[in-house]
Design a binder for this molecule. Structure first.
Ligand SMILES: Nc1nc2c(ncn2[C@@H]2O[C@H](COP(=O)(O)OP(=O)(O)OP(=O)(O)O)[C@@H](O)[C@H]2O)c(=O)[nH]1
Length: 327
């Protein structure tokens, strides 16, 4: 049996205040009766006979007992049940159950039904709280998953953006980035009356190199050239890129023709000294170089790049493995 069941013995659930009320009624009514009888005896000693008074006292006592019984049955017992229900609600959360489905008959049924309704409400609240807790937990999980998906998406977007700007084989900038940067740096050089050198570098006889050593070795050679250029041009403003195939480019802000020529000649020498692909090979590089300066301006970034291209063409036709300067 549950501690808050209405069938429980009354002594176990009697609230202190109800017990106090009953005690006061139990003690107070007989005392009052005795007091009345005493007063009547004292006041009417001479007039009334002892026998009549005695009957009156017994009548009052009987009425008091009946009154006590009525108070107990009609008020105290239902109140105790209600109080017990309230206490049980305070003490522990209960699931929604069909307890007290049939309230006790009689006048106490009203209070039983109130108690029962309160317990149903409490059970319903408890259930709703459980549901809300479960929903909050699911929401937190979904929020976490969403956060992870968002982070993964951002990573993929970054990778995609990088892929769109990077040459896959060599990992350096691609032609698109080179042309964007060239336009930007050209405008800056024009604005600041600065220097800007552009070099186009092309591996010699690479078709034959592939045929001799295979395209896998050709790929490795392209990667070595990219690494060499990245190593040599490492200022923040420098940019090396692969324009496509076996053709590379270097953008060198702040460098005039003579300075750029010196660095590029050493790069060409270094590559030849590598003897790609196997330390005994003879892979070489032809370079066309153009430089914009206040003394030698170009109309556009495109014109500057075209001048470097034309210089490369001259280097190729002059026998390869050399650097040519734009006119
Ligand atoms: N291994 C490899 N080869 C490539 C790649 N891209 C282009 N090539 C090859 O590079 C070769 C370029 O040949 P060509 O344009 O005739 O130039 P070349 O043989 O270097 O001759 P010149 O430039 O006149 O010295 C072609 O055979 C392409 O197949 C690549 O990513 N990997």
């Amino acid at each position: 049996m549950r501690p808050d069941s209405p069938d429980q013995p009354l002594e176990r659930v009697t609230p202190r205040r109800l017990g106090s009320l009953r005690l006061r009624l139990t003690v107070g009514v007989p005392l009052l009766t005795a007091l009345i009888v005493g007063l009547v005896e004292w006041g009417h000693e001479a007039a009334a006979s002892t026998e009549v008074l005695s009957h009156a006292a017994w009548l009052v006592l009987g009425l008091s007992a009946a009154l006590l019984l009525l108070v107990e049955v009609l008020m105290l017992r239902p109140l105790r049940q209600l109080a017990a229900g309230c206490e049980a609600m305070e003490s522990a959360p209960l699931p929604l159950t069909p307890e007290f489905a049939a309230p006790a008959p009689g006048r106490a049924a009203e209070l039983d039904r109130i108690g029962h309704a309160m317990r149903r409400v409490q059970g319903s609240l408890w259930q709703q709280e459980q549901d809300a807790r479960e929903l909050r937990r699911e929401l937190a999980q979904q929020r976490q998953q969403l956060e992870q998906a968002r982070a993964a998406l951002e990573t993929h977007q970054r990778e995609l953006a990088n892929l769109a700007r990077t040459d896959i084989l060599t990992g350096i900038a691609n032609q698109r980035v080179f042309e964007e940067t060239l336009r930007r740096e050209f405008k800056r050089a024009q604005r600041q009356r600065g220097l800007l050198a552009v070099a186009v570098l092309d591996l010699d006889q690479f078709k034959q190199f592939n045929l001799t050593h295979g395209t896998g070795v050709g790929d490795q050679a392209l990667q070595r050239v990219a690494a060499l250029l990245t190593e040599r041009f490492k200022r923040d403003t420098d940019l090396v890129a692969r324009l496509g195939g076996e053709e590379f480019a270097a953008l060198l802000p702040g460098l005039g023709m003579a300075e750029a020529q010196g660095v590029l000649e050493s790069v060409r020498e270094e590559l030849r000294a590598l003897h790609l692909p196997d330390g005994r090979g003879d892979l070489t590089l032809s370079i066309g170089l153009a430089a914009a300066s206040p003394a030698h301006p170009y109309l556009s970034a495109q014109a500057l790049l075209q001048a470097a291209d034309e210089a490369l063409y001259i280097a190729k036709h002059a026998g390869r493995d050399r650097l040519s300067l734009a006119a």
